[in-house]
Structure formats: structure tokens, C-alpha cells
Ligand binder design. Structure first.
Ligand SMILES: [Ca+2]
Ligand SMILES: [Ca+2]
Length: 480
């Protein structure tokens, strides 16, 4: 008895210690940049640039990103994720250039369109000076179609016969026809592991691993163990991952994955007007995650249509994006904002979701409003340890209200925040019995939202929670 208690105490202390030493991004806010489409800081590297063609290079580069870091810090993001900056295949494939970075020819060099390795180092130094972390995209599944290595080292690639015979075609067959690296070969594993070291040694804090669904699991585990030992945070892209997939890969050694199922639910509900119960259904599964605070939460990215594109009307798309940005900032996890979401940029599927970023001097008043809402929600999240780091409890909203109302609390060190999302079209006041929500709270005078520039109020009296919210809006309140 005594021995087993001691053993249990030892094990829990051990796991708490292991947990404490894991790389963490909890409390961070990541801003996703596609450098070619961000800002052109050096017109001298613009070979083949054609801004009228979404499949061509547009001239954005690392000096441009460094020059515009102020935009990202003004929004309040604390980390920058760059899509790949590797040297790309020189030729086009399918009338498309390697502007996106996913057609590598040399994993240890910067494409001349993006600048030089020295420009990369200058960017990392500037990010560090601005107290920002750097997340770099890593491709470990393939080379570009026309990469010289494909002809020079044919033995590095998965033979067609293995693809045909394979029971796991996702892993062993080419993704979109791309030359598929054979990670069962020691020299290929070594090359890929040392690529990570190469960028880590240049000051990168985290890797976003592309297309992990297509990479052998045993190799991924080797990659992750090495990253973890070096203190590098890892974020995997398993396209369409739901909570169960994220939970499995957190167990296998990833710090984080993108939660695609939440993106879909937020699109369907907050943008397309379906029931908020779609979002609740995803959040209800949070208990399956070993580290829910690390999971990457996003509204759109460079592989799916823009969030604002979900409405036919520009003003509607802007209003609903503002709602979704405020909502996102109430959730436990690591918010990831793709360049342009802060002004509700529109765009359909790839490549239309990769339009050139537009900065403050070019914004319309409506875009300015979306940015201000994003900025104030980010600021409120960062100012509240409950919002950025606290536990999350989804409250049981009465069934008759579940389509239009989602409530949750975030709590840390005795600080408590109530988040309220309201999907109804019109402004509404709700009075809900605290007991029914499983909530205990002392009486509280009318309190405004923690988000600036918003007309949202809460009060507690006589065992009831009173909420007053604009239509299609999300708010966060300090709750005693
Ligand atoms: Ca340029
Ligand atoms: Ca593969």
C-alpha cells in the first residue's frame, strides 16, 4: 500500500517534471506569412515577377518581411510562421512557379526570390529583438518535381513498385505526383534530420511540418525526439485532423497539430450561420487532448478558401470575420492568424487564397475596423492569464438557446473569464439560471467586455446570469 502510494507520487512527480520541460507555445499567438505574397523589400531579386498572375512569383521577400515586422507586432502576434523559404526548382510545373515554397530543390539554401541566408539571419535577429519567436515550415516528404536531386539521386525516392504494393498509399505514393522521399534509406533520414539542425542552428524556435499524413510514422518519431531534445516546438499539418488525430499525434511526440475540425465548425457556424452546437461538439472533445493549450487553432490558411469568402457580400464577410476573430481569442490553444485575416481578406481556393497582403496605408475604413477588433481581442487575451493560459470549461447552455449561444469559462490562479458567443442576427439579452450552467458566481454589477470597442455586458444577480450581446459577436468578461 505504502509502496504503491510512493510509486504513484514518484510517477506523477516525474510526469509533471517531464511536462514542465516540454517545449511550449501556450500563450503565444502565431502570425502566418507566405513571404512571396507579403511585402517586397528588394526589387532587385524580382526575376520573373508577374503580380497579375496568381501562379507566378510576386516579389515578396525576407527583407520585406523584416521591414514589415512592425505590422505583426502592432497586431500583437508573438510568433511568425513562414511558409518554406528553401531554394525552389527553377522551372515552373503546371504553369505554376515555386513561389509557395513547397517545391524544394535545396533544403539548406534560401531561394534567391526570397533573398539570401544572410537576409534570413537578419530577419531572425529582428524577430528576436521584437521578442518574437520564429516558426519555420519544414518539408520532409518530397522534393520539387524538377529538383536536380530527382535525377542525380534516383535511389533516394520511393520506387513506383512500392507505391503499387503498399497498404499505406498516403505514405508510399507521391503526393500530387511529387518525387517522394524514401525515409527508409539511412542517407535520406540523415539528410532530413540535418536539415532541421541547419535551420535550428540559425535561431528557429519551432517547425511546422508539412504533410505529415504522407510521412512514415517511425521516421516522424525520430524527427520529433530530436526536436524535443533540442527544445524545438513542433506543429504538424495533418490535413483535416480532428481532435482524435491531434490527440494521437500529441501522444506520439508532436507538441501541436492544427485542429482542422474546429476550423470547419467555425466556418459553418460563425461564417455560414449554422448552429453554434457544431463548435460545441468539437470543444466537448478537448478532454481527449493531453496538451490542449498547445493545439493550433485557425480560421483559414493558404490551403483552404479564405474565411471571409464564406459570404457573398464583402461587408457581411468582414462583420463575421470580426466575430470569429473575437471568438477565436477566447479559446484554449494557440491561435494562428494567416496574413490578411486581420482585414478579412477574401479569396477562393488556391491560388486565390494567396492574394498579396495589403498594409495599413491601403485599407478601407471597414478593413481598419476588422483590424482594430482583432488587435483589441489579441491585446485582451495577452493581458489575461486566464484567457491565454487558463483551463477551459464549456458550459451547458439550455437546449433552446444552443443554436445561437455558446458559453465557456477560462480560469487560472483564481482569475476567471466568461466567454460568450452569440450567433443570432439581432442584439439580444439573455437571463440564464446559474445553477443550470453549473456555475457559481457572486452578484456582480454590470461589467463591460474585456474587448475594446464593443457593446457587450454581463451582470449576475439573484442566481441569474444576465448577458447583453450584439448580433453575431463574441465577448469576454471578467467574472468574480
Ligand atoms: Ca523582391
Ligand atoms: Ca511519402
Amino acid at each position: 500500500m505504502r509502496r504503491s502510494l510512493l510509486l504513484a507520487a514518484f510517477l506523477s512527480a516525474g510526469s509533471a517534471q517531464a511536462q514542465a520541460s516540454l517545449p511550449s507555445f501556450e500563450g503565444q499567438i502565431i502570425y502566418q506569412v507566405m513571404p512571396d505574397r507579403f511585402f517586397d523589400g528588394n526589387p532587385n531579386n524580382n526575376a520573373g515577377v508577374d503580380r497579375s498572375n496568381l501562379r507566378a512569383w510576386h516579389g515578396g521577400d525576407l527583407p520585406g518581411l523584416t521591414a514589415r515586422l512592425g505590422h505583426i507586432t502592432r497586431l500583437g502576434a508573438t510568433a511568425v510562421w513562414l511558409t518554406p523559404v528553401y531554394r525552389q526548382q527553377a522551372a515552373n510545373s503546371f504553369d505554376t512557379a515555386g513561389y509557395h515554397g513547397y517545391w524544394p530543390a535545396d533544403f539548406r539554401d534560401v531561394d534567391p526570390h526570397f533573398g539570401t541566408l544572410a537576409d534570413f539571419d537578419t530577419f531572425v535577429k529582428a524577430a528576436r529583438a521584437a521578442n518574437m519567436r520564429v516558426v519555420l515550415d519544414q518539408v520532409i516528404n518530397h522534393y520539387g518535381y524538377e529538383a536536380p536531386a530527382v535525377k542525380a539521386k534516383p535511389e533516394w525516392f520511393t520506387p513506383q513498385s512500392r507505391c503499387e504494393a503498399s497498404a499505406d498509399k498516403d505514405v508510399d505514393c507521391p503526393l500530387s505526383g511529387l518525387p517522394d522521399l524514401d525515409q527508409s534509406r539511412p542517407e535520406v533520414r540523415k539528410m532530413l534530420l540535418e536539415n532541421a539542425d541547419f535551420w535550428r542552428n540559425r535561431g528557429v524556435n519551432a517547425f511546422r511540418y508539412d504533410a505529415i499524413k504522407h510521412v512514415p510514422g517511425d521516421f516522424l518519431k525520430e524527427v520529433l525526439a530530436r526536436d524535443r531534445a533540442a527544445g524545438t516546438w513542433t506543429l504538424g499539418e495533418w490535413f483535416d485532423a480532428d481532435t482524435g488525430t491531434v490527440a494521437d499525434w500529441q501522444k506520439a511526440g508532436f507538441d501541436s497539430l492544427f485542429l482542422f475540425s474546429l476550423q470547419r465548425a467555425m466556418r459553418d457556424s460563425l461564417m455560414s450561420g449554422q448552429s453554434l452546437s457544431r463548435v460545441s461538439a468539437v470543444l466537448e472533445r478537448n478532454g481527449e487532448l493531453s496538451r490542449p493549450g498547445e493545439v493550433a487553432l485557425f480560421l483559414d490558411n493558404h490551403d483552404i478558401p479564405r474565411f471571409a469568402q464564406g459570404s457573398l457580400f464583402e461587408d457581411e464577410g468582414q462583420a463575421r470575420t470580426r466575430y470569429a476573430l473575437r471568438a477565436l481569442m477566447t479559446l484554449k490553444g494557440v491561435p494562428v492568424l494567416y496574413q490578411g485575416i486581420e482585414i478579412a481578406m477574401r479569396g477562393g481556393p488556391d491560388p486565390d487564397n494567396r492574394r498579396d497582403m495589403r498594409f495599413e496605408e491601403a485599407w478601407t475604413p471597414a478593413e481598419r475596423d476588422v483590424f482594430e477588433a482583432a488587435r483589441s481581442a489579441v491585446a485582451a487575451r495577452k493581458a489575461s492569464s486566464a484567457l491565454s493560459l487558463g483551463s477551459q470549461t464549456l458550459l451547458p447552455v439550455p437546449v433552446s438557446l444552443q443554436d445561437d449561444l455558446l458559453l465557456l469559462t477560462r480560469e487560472k490562479d483564481g482569475q476567471r473569464v466568461l466567454a460568450a458567443w452569440h450567433g443570432g442576427k439581432e442584439r439580444r439579452t439573455y437571463s440564464i439560471k446559474l445553477a443550470g450552467l453549473g456555475l457559481t458566481a457572486s452578484d456582480q454589477a454590470v461589467t463591460q467586455s474585456l474587448y475594446a470597442g464593443q457593446n457587450a455586458k454581463v451582470s449576475v444577480r439573484g442566481g441569474y446570469l444576465h448577458l447583453s450581446l450584439d448580433g453575431r459577436d463574441a465577448a469576454a468578461f471578467a467574472l468574480k
